[in-house]
Design a protein around this ligand. Structure first.
Ligand code: S3P
Length: 202
């Protein structure tokens, strides 16, 4: 994508200029001229979005935001409680609204729920408003990480061992096509905030 400068309007000081993207669409926003703007971390549950996101934000000196936590604070209940009271369809609509209606600072690192990129036009929206980083891990590694913390994640439905690996394989095969639309696809194994910063600055 290249940009060009456009004379926007006449003002007392003379011409005012603003930068316009050549593939402008109605969703695009003015990205800050310096810095990375909004960095959305996407990927399956357990891939490390929150841990890595915090480290990346502190490294860059940006605010860290976790959309799952913002949603929980807005509804005053945990995601597990919301799922069991209102069901998954209501949750998906709400998480999309939270994504699009949250007020973001000019620069931030934002951790997103594992299913969020795969519903509505959320992935397109994130790519139009910032950069996206897919933290990619194999089903086996994700299962090892999730084995002991399933209670918090209603989508997993209490699966264990081989069932859990099979479940993750199935879900990833549905979700990969969304995750793969990310600006950057990073191997999540031993991934550091420093490496993500390098990839973002490439
Ligand atoms: C979900 C992932 C969770 C949370 C919800 C649904 C999913 O977020 O949004 O339980 O469908 O993958 P994390 O990826 O942060 O666990």
């Amino acid at each position: 994508m290249f940009s060009h400068w456009v004379i926007s309007h006449w003002s007392f000081g003379g011409f005012r200029f603003f930068k316009m993207d050549s593939n402008e669409n109605k969703d695009s926003v003015d990205h800050p001229e310096d810095g990375l703007g909004l960095v959305f971390l996407v990927g399956f549950m357990g891939c490390g979005k929150t841990t890595l996101g915090r480290k990346l934000a502190s490294r860059l000196g940006y605010e860290f935001m976790d959309l799952d936590h913002i949603l929980e604070a807005q509804v005053g209940m945990s995601i597990a409680e919301y799922f069991s009271s209102f069901g998954e369809d209501a949750f998906r609509k709400l998480e999309s609204d939270v994504l699009k209606q949250t007020k973001y600072p000019p620069h931030a690192v934002i951790s997103t729920g594992g299913g969020l990129p795969c519903f509505f036009d959320n992935m397109r929206w994130m790519n139009a408003h910032g950069k996206t980083v897919y933290i990619k891990l194999s089903p086996k590694i994700l299962a090892d990480r999730l084995e002991n913390e399933k209670g918090k994640r209603p989508v997993l439905n209490g699966a264990k061992g081989k069932d859990l690996v099979d479940f993750i394989e199935g879900k990833l095969s549905e979700r990969d096509k969304f995750y793969n639309q990310a600006t950057i696809i990073a191997d999540g194994l031993s991934l550091t905030a420093e490496r993500v910063e390098q990839l973002l600055n490439k």
